[in-house]
Ligand binder design. Structure first.
Ligand SMILES: Cc1cc2nc3c(=O)[nH]c(=O)nc-3n(C[C@H](O)[C@H](O)[C@H](O)COP(=O)(O)OP(=O)(O)OC[C@H]3O[C@@H](n4cnc5c(N)ncnc54)[C@H](O)[C@@H]3O)c2cc1C
Length: 507
């Protein structure tokens, strides 16, 4: 019997698991994908919202402001990047000024510190590249930026270091009351786990699980947001996150730096039926371009290096659905966590863990390990640190991803860690290999070869993100069209000797 089953390894599930791992409890996280952060957590704006737009009195408002305040200490402990870069909401005409004032008043009610409205001259001084039609802005100094998937990996690593068990490819299909007053959690592979309590952090599918145990039905709709990523060469164009006045569908199109030096532009907001439709569309991307052009005149389409879309878990109750379900004691919801769910995650983790540990009368561990024990990141090292790292481990001296300066040592560490990468995307999100200008054009074959070596797999077994997302196929031809390496299936170059197993000889 387990004490807590957490369903879903997004930022919320991992934050709850990490907070629970401070206690003497048996905690299991069940995740239907092959990795953490595969849902909304991997595809969002990465903004740590100040908290001025959530309706006062809602859970969204409360957990936003509380979560925002926790980001410095959480990111310091977990060694993940976080920057309070300030959020601006810009108005383009006097008609939009009442909306800025409304947001400022909202923010004050929510307890957001330091809000003020700045006129055109000050806005220009803050952001010299801002569009010529901007006439004023709400300034929120507590607005910040982070890396959502990096935060989630470190939360999971830290939870795992403290005894939490993560099981991947384990979609939960049923939750039923068991004979001992706890819960039987059935998974798609036909297994059952008995547990005293359940945390429903299943993102878009949290409604399905809630509706199995409670008469208070919930509906979650996918609301798609598309994005454009802009190359690092534009890194100095904007320093703050620049929003436009929000619409009933959301916070509107923003332009923001990322903690990794790129710029993010988006999202759109489109209600869908299909909970898996993360395609980007020509119409959506064109809408972003047009909208961003107001904030960033002459928006550089040639700077776009990538596009992606995420699905918001938009609930029908207008707020997060949180806590123990009154008619299903021991079943705790963290449902309908749309924006500002990333910002709120640390606070949600603490709040839910408090309720669960109270219920289970759990005792705090004496030997809780703080921090993620992360490997050293080559691109952020000084020259002296690089030399020392290479002397210790020569694999630090082999750069695999040239755009993002990611070494072989980091890729191996990302595969070998507790919640290790098993896919190309897993390596990409843990190290940034493949996230630069060439989008993996050069490093993908090398990363596949390292994954093969580390995991003892054949190249055609490596996937992009699990399931059927294989990257290579065996042709079935008796002889290859051109001579290729038996280990990694890359075509041999005439000027190269027989290669050994591994990527190092292909340079
Ligand atoms: C376009 C967009 C922009 C956003 N921008 C921001 C922002 O800038 N700032 C901010 O604070 N928030 C933002 N958000 C919101 C934020 O991303 C989410 O609130 C947050 O990531 C939710 O985390 P989660 O763990 O609840 O859900 P998810 O990350 O979706 O995780 C849920 C997990 O549950 C798993 N799962 C589902 N069903 C099952 C099952 N049956 N069994 C097992 N596992 C299951 C899924 O595979 C998934 O891994 C944005 C969201 C979107 C989509």
């Amino acid at each position: 019997m387990t004490d807590v089953v957490v369903i879903g390894a997004g930022v919320v599930g991992c934050a709850v698991a990490r907070e629970l791992s401070r206690f003497d409890l048996r905690v299991v996280v069940l995740e239907k994908s092959c990795d953490v952060a595969e849902g909304a957590t991997k595809s969002n704006s990465a903004i740590v919202h100040a908290g001025f737009d959530a309706k006062p009195g809602t859970c969204k408002a409360r957990f936003n402001v509380w979560g925002n305040g926790l980001f410095e200490s959480w990111c310091r402990e977990l060694e993940v990047p976080f920057r309070r870069n300030t959020s601006l909401v810009v108005a383009f005409s006097s008609e939009e000024m009442p909306k800025l004032e409304e947001l400022a008043a909202n923010g004050e009610k929510n307890g957001v510190p330091g809000l003020r409205i700045a006129g055109q001259t000050e806005v220009r001084a803050l952001e010299p590249s801002i569009g010529r039609d901007v006439c004023a802005a709400l300034v929120a100094p507590t607005g910040g930026i982070c890396c959502p998937y990096e935060l989630t990996f470190r939360l999971a690593e830290n939870a795992c270091a403290n005894g939490v068990c993560f099981l991947f490819n384990r979609g939960v299909s049923s939750v039923k009351r068991n004979a001992s007053g706890g819960w039987s959690v059935g998974t798609e592979d036909g297994r059952t786990l008995e547990t005293r309590t359940v945390v429903n952090a299943a993102g878009l599918y949290a409604d399905v699980l809630n509706n199995q145990v409670s008469a208070a039905k919930l509906t979650i709709m996918p609301r798609r947001g598309e994005y454009l990523m802009i190359d690092k060469t534009y890194a100095d164009t904007f320093h703050a996150t620049v929003f436009q006045v929000p619409t009933p569908m959301g916070k509107g199109v923003l332009v923001s730096p990322t903690v990794d030096g790129t710029l993010i532009v988006g999202p759109t907001a489109e209600d869908l039926e299909n909970k898996t439709d993360t395609r980007t569309t020509a119409t959506g991307l064109e809408k972003i371009r047009q909208s961003a052009n107001r904030v960033w005149n002459g928006f550089p389409v040639s700077g776009v290096i990538s596009t992606f879309a995420g699905l918001r878990a938009h609930g029908d109750r207008g707020d997060f659905v949180l806590g123990e379900t009154p008619d299903a004691p021991g079943f705790f919801n963290a449902a309908a966590i749309e924006s500002p769910g990333l910002t709120a995650a640390p606070a949600l983790g603490i709040w839910l863990a408090e309720r669960i540990t109270d219920k289970l009368c759990a005792k705090k561990k004496k030997d809780f390990v703080c921090g993620s024990g992360h490997w050293q990141v080559f691109r952020t090292m000084s020259a002296a640190e690089r030399a020392a790292a290479i002397a210790r481990d020569p694999a630090y001296g082999k750069i695999v991803c040239r755009c993002e300066t990611v070494s072989e040592a980091e890729i191996r560490a990302a595969i070998r860690c507790r919640i290790g990468a098993r896919t190309l995307d897993g390596v990409k999100r843990r190290t940034r290999a493949g996230m630069g200008r060439c989008q993996g054009g050069f490093c993908t074959p090398r990363i596949i070869a390292i994954l093969c070596e580390e995991l003892g797999l054949e190249p055609e077994q490596i996937t992009k993100f699990g399931g059927g997302s294989h990257l290579l196929v065996k042709t079935g031809l008796s002889a290859p069209l051109s001579p290729s390496c038996e280990s990694c299936h890359r075509v041999k170059r005439a000027d190269r000797a027989e290669c050994g197993r591994g990527f190092g000889n292909h340079d």
